[in-house]
Ligand binder design. Sequence first.
Ligand code: MTE
Length: 317
Amino acid sequence: MPRDRKIPSSEITPLSAYLRRRDFLALGAAGAGALLLGGHSVSGAQKEQHGAKLPSVKQSSYTVDDKKTPFGDITNYNNFYEFGTDKDDPARHAGKLKTRPWTVKVDGECAKPKTFDIDSLISSSTVEERVYRMRCVEAWSMVIPWDGIPLAEVLKKVEPSSRAKYVAFETALQPENMSGVGGFNAIPFPYLEGLRIDEAMHPLALLAVGIYGEALPNQDGAPIRLVVPWKYGFKGIKSIVKIHLQETQPQTTWSQYGGGVEYGFYANVNPEVDHPRWSQAKERRIGEVFRRPTLMFNGYADQVSKLYAGMDLRKFY
Ligand code: MTE
């Protein structure tokens, strides 16, 4: 895979370093542009496309006090490679994603497999607002007021069996609507992610259906995406159509890259373990000038460190 040594490691290094040289160089330029804009909004020409108001959203105690990232930044600075590799590609192209009708099939090691219609799932669930930190593996971060349903609530509906040790997630594949699919062949789509069952059942794990009290914009993973705030952002798989309970650890899109050491299955935020090509000690909060220290488990150590008792976290990047 190509690596361009001219781009300093201190710069945001996109996951797409693995893509074709042409794509990579284009991204390097985009990354530098974003850095220059450090203290301001991420893009001068941001558009705010607002979605339908969610009918009732309950406040949650699982919320941080950090200053929220503005709606315009959350919806214009995205990674959604199905729509291209530049940060503004998802905002420009994800409008084509067809999000209705939409179902999420939940099956595998469970007593009652089900296919949920997205609107019935939302209307029959309690949607909670949770302000979470989001730390991307590329060393930028945001604070996002998600509206969502705890993942555990959905999994309980299918009654997982004792053989359900892991949960596999799959994104929709709509090649005719996804301008980034087929344009380059380095990323195998559909996008796949996974969690261990105890991680999936943790109360912080959320299936987001909105931000700022509005239906999730397409570029952020409409109509439903995963949010696991103590892990790097790439675990937050977007536009989910399948959730499969299984006995073995699932294959994930990014763990196939870099010999399996660059984007691991666990991907817990850890400032002490550098990415093989850059430091993870600090992060650039979108909208701030100075880089701030990254917190262990992204600041959620009190809630989640017990999940990893006895594991050498350095070995489970
Ligand atoms: N899900 C899909 N299907 N495709 C993607 O390219 N990118 C991931 C994750 N989920 C991605 C995805 C990465 S690398 C990150 S950092 C987050 O989505 C970004 O979420 P955001 O754009 O809402 O900030």
